[in-house]
Structure formats: structure tokens, C-alpha cells
Design a protein around this ligand. Structure first.
Ligand SMILES: NC(=O)c1ccc[n+]([C@@H]2O[C@H](COP(=O)([O-])OP(=O)(O)OC[C@H]3O[C@@H](n4cnc5c(N)ncnc54)[C@H](OP(=O)(O)O)[C@@H]3O)[C@@H](O)[C@H]2O)c1
Length: 250
């Protein structure tokens, strides 16, 4: 299989690259940090995979489109849109610059890369597109307005793309993880409910991909709690959010 992974230099992207590093697979790994990416690539080669690395900032949209065009010259079996950033804001108004950066990286960059790839997938009449969204997309806390809204925009994009590509034999999947050990979560200074090891998280994600789950939110109990929260009357939701927000800030 030819598998493209963005954000492959650390965390979930690195673990996904290593998971798919087998003799049968050709990997294309994209990220900015050249040293980290080369290290991941070497470990994937050691496991028998053929690996191409592309050192690029996904926020360079012109470059992303060029990369998408070049990658489309060969068959694409799976593309995992994983590159992402988060930033929390505690007791402050979200600066516009953070909003801009998060929307660029977590959302707009995705279509810059996919625009030239979508016609290729349609032409192939096969392939898989996997979006790494977040449980945070289902419920927006005052501390994560920019992150949650960028991921919710991603969900909407993925939903539309699913309907566009399904008739052409292309599977579009959206994964909504809770808290998983990575560089991103190591920066968090608040309690993370249902925190999961990278290995466990990657096992869940790769199983969902194998089963071609169109939408997969996990861990189940955390995702269920969020779903129930969204169904509660607004006054009750306000009380719960105020309480958890007070706890985070304390
Ligand atoms: N860990 C969690 O609990 C969790 C939960 C829900 C969703 N997610 C999502 O999972 C994805 C991976 O995050 P992670 O937890 O594995 O965090 P991470 O270890 O910080 O990994 C983020 C990856 O994205 C890449 N990246 C960030 N900005 C980029 C840019 N401008 N251009 C190119 N690559 C960029 C980083 O590479 P470079 O810095 O080398 O460019 C890195 O490889 C993200 O989309 C995140 O929102 C994570």
C-alpha cells in the first residue's frame, strides 16, 4: 500500500508511520522537523518499508498543492491527515493569531493538500482518506475555542467529502480521539480524563481504519459522556462547564 501521513515526526503520526512500516508498504511522511522526520523514516526503513520524507510546513498552501499534485502521479491507497496543533487559553480572550494558526494547520492545510489528490482518488475509484479530528470538536470549552472550532470545521469538511467520494469507491474516515500521550498532551497542565498511552490509542485508531469506520470517537466512556452533555438542558450544561472550568483554572 502507498500511505501518506502528515505530522509524522512525533506523537500519533510517528506511531502510525511505525505501525504501517512493513515490507508491503510505501510510506510518504510529511512534517517540518527534518531531524525528527529522518529518525522516524529510518526506523520505518529498518522495519522493511520504503519511505519518502517531505520536510514541509502544511501552512505553506502553495507548496501543499504542489506536493499533492506530485503525489498524485502515483496511486494513493491511504492518506492520513494528522498534522495538528493545539493551544489552550485560560481566562483570556483567544488571540486572533492563535485562531489563524490553528485554522490554517488543523483545517485549511487539509484541503490545500487534498485539492489535487481528490481527482486522483476519483479516477482510481479507490483509496482511503483519514482525518484525525478530536473529541474536543464535539464540545467547545472556553479554554479551547480555537482548537474545538478548527476540529469541528474539519468534521464538517470530512462529512461532505464522505458523501462526495463514497459513490467513487473512496472511503473517508474521521477519527475523534480523547487524550492520548504525545508531545501535544505532554504540554497540558490540567487533568486529562481517560488519558491513554500512545500504543493503546494507535491500536484503537488503526483498528478503526481497518474496519473502515466512517466516524470513530474514543475512548467510549468519554465520548458517551460528551454526547450526553450535549443533550442536557443548557442551564445544566452551563453549571457543569463552569464547574470543570473552575477546576482547570485552579
Ligand atoms: N494527543 C491527543 O490527545 C490528541 C487528541 C485528539 C486529537 N489529536 C490530534 O492528533 C494529531 C496529532 O497530534 P499529536 O497528539 O500526535 O501531537 P504532536 O506529537 O504534537 O504531533 C503533531 C504533528 O503535527 C506536525 N505539525 C504540526 N504543525 C505542522 C505544520 N505547520 N506543518 C507540518 N506539520 C506540522 C508536527 O510535526 P512538526 O512539528 O515536525 O512539523 C507533529 O508531527 C493532531 O491533529 C491533534 O489535534 C491528538
Amino acid at each position: 500500500m502507498r500511505i501518506i501521513i502528515t505530522g509524522a515526526s512525533s506523537g500519533l503520526g510517528e506511531a502510525l508511520a511505525l505501525h504501517y512500516a512493513t515490507k508491503e508498504n510505501q510510506l510518504v511522511l510529511i512534517a517540518r522537523r527534518e531531524d525528527r522526520l529522518s529518525d522516524v523514516a529510518q526506523r520505518c526503513r529498518d522495519k522493511g518499508a520504503e519511505v519518502e520524507t517531505i520536510v514541509a510546513d502544511v501552512n505553506d498552501f502553495v507548496r501543499m498543492k504542489e506536493i499533492g499534485e506530485r503525489l498524485s502521479l502515483q496511486p494513493i491507497d491511504r492518506i492520513i491527515l494528522n498534522a495538528g496543533v493545539s493551544v489552550g487559553h485560560f481566562g483570556e480572550v483567544t488571540p486572533f493569531e492563535d485562531f489563524h494558526r490553528l485554522f490554517q494547520t488543523n483545517f485549511l492545510s487539509v484541503h490545500a493538500l487534498l485539492e489535487p489528490i481528490i481527482p486522483k482518488l476519483i479516477h482510481q475509484q479507490s483509496g482511503e482518506v483519514v482525518f484525525i479530528s478530536s473529541l474536543a470538536s464535539l464540545f467547545s470549552m472556553p479554554t479551547s475555542i480555537a482548537y474545538s472550532s478548527s476540529k469541528r470545521a474539519l468534521n464538517a469538511y470530512a462529512e461532505g467529502l464522505h458523501y462526495q467520494l463514497k459513490p467513487h469507491g473512496v472511503t473517508v474516515m474521521t477519527i475523534l480521539p480523547g487524550f492520548i500521550d504525545s508531545e501535544m498532551t505532554q504540554k497540558n497542565c490540567f487533568k486529562m480524563p481517560f488519558f491513554m498511552s500512545t500504543e493503546k490509542g494507535i491500536k484503537r485508531i488503526t483498528n478503526a481504519i481497518e474496519r473502515k469506520k466512517i466516524r470513530y470517537a474514543f475512548p467510549f466512556r468519554f465520548s458517551l459522556m460528551i454526547r450526553i452533555l450535549t443533550l442536557l438542558p443548557q442551564s445544566l450544561r452551563d453549571k457543569i462547564v463552569n464547574f470543570t472550568n473552575y477546576k482547570k483554572g485552579s
